[in-house]
Ligand binder design. Structure first.
Ligand code: 13P
Ligand code: SF4
Length: 309
């Protein structure tokens, strides 16, 4: 890339030329968030992908999100900045093991968190995201057994919230497991006026201490509506960019990881850069392509989720 190029201008120009829409998740770098046509949590991004009339969807997020956009838009071109942007939850739930697990519990309803592959979606009855998971669990008839995959932390929290027992797949998010309970306790002592807010992918001891738990959008909304002036934010640090923009007078402390690393940044989400966004628009590559049969099967539980959301 010519270093003299103004990437902001070039991306805006290419978006117009290609009739492209840039959808971005809150865990993207701030400069990508600032250029997005639509920014949201996993559910809002899926809903927006379904609504769009653009010819090209440029999805700045991770693979399973772009895959969902393609499932909902088989006729549109879906491009991503980096095809290698995966997710530890999706990686920890290979379809052959998932299929074998399901087969052990005939008659059970299988709810899969949207953070899974299209192959696993195709084997599931319902998809959910962190913002609608409770509603989806409650939609399963009382008495029917429920399997929940792949996030054991979100699953355990849902069992507690809904009172519905569920069999949990033992997967987790590398980012949300990194937060240090010890450091959070110390931070709360140093900042007794700060509220602790957390994503339900966090581990149980952190959720137990939290003042509020929700999806990225729910956390953002909470910090704008609530009257506290200080928050400790236990989720991927990208969301803090929007929190600071929405409430410049408030203080946001990023949830501290154990060890001296930037592990509160998702290593997959952060593979995407402004340069790669530009190249994806310029070259209309890399593209998300899927076999029609898989796409159609994976769409069924996604449509069930969207109908209930
Ligand atoms: P939400 O977008 O539902 O808040 O989930 C966060 C996440 O982990 C996406 O990978
Ligand atoms: Fe997956 Fe966790 Fe990254 Fe979200 S933050 S994409 S759940 S690894």
């Amino acid at each position: 890339i010519d270093p003299r190029l103004d990437l902001h201008d070039e991306i805006s120009r290419l978006k117009r030329e290609r009739n492209a829409v840039l959808l971005a998740h809150y865990y993207q770098d701030g400069d990508i968030q600032d250029l997005a046509d639509f920014l949201g949590d996993s559910l809002q991004l899926a809903q927006q992908a379904k609504k769009t009339t653009a010819d090209v969807i440029l999805f700045a997020g991770v693979h399973f999100m772009a895959e969902t956009a393609k499932i909902l838009n088989p006729e549109r071109i879906v491009v991503v900045p980096d095809l290698a942007a995966g997710c530890s939850l999706a990686d920890g739930c290979p379809v052959d093991r998932f299929r074998a697990w399901r087969a052990r519990y005939p008659g059970a309803a299988a709810i899969s968190y949207i953070n899974c592959s299209a192959e696993v979606k195709a084997e599931s009855d319902y998809i959910c995201t962190s913002s609608n998971a409770e509603k989806i669990v409650r939609a399963i008839p009382e008495g029917q057994e429920i399997l929940f995959a792949p996030d054991k932390n979100l699953g355990r929290w849902l069992v507690e919230r809904t009172g519905r027992p569920m069999r949990l797949w033992q997967g987790s998010c590398v980012v949300h497991e990194t937060f240090s309970l010890r450091k959070i306790v110390a931070l709360r002592e140093r900042h007794p006026d700060a509220k602790l807010i957390a994503h339900p992918e966090c581990e149980e001891p952190i959720l137990r201490m939290s003042d509020y738990i929700g999806s990225t959008t729910a956390l953002l909304k909470y910090t704008t509506a609530d009257d506290a002036l200080k928050y400790i934010v236990a989720t991927e640090s990208g969301i803090v960019h929007q929190m600071r923009k929405a409430s410049p007078h408030k203080e946001f402390i990023e949830g501290p990881p154990e060890g001296n690393c930037a592990c509160n940044e998702c290593p997959f989400m952060r593979l995407n850069t402004l340069e790669k966004v530009y190249l994806a628009l310029r070259d209309l590559a890399p593209r998300l392509e899927m076999a029609p049969e898989l796409r159609e099967r994976a769409r069924v539980p996604i449509d069930r989720m969207l109908a209930l959301s």
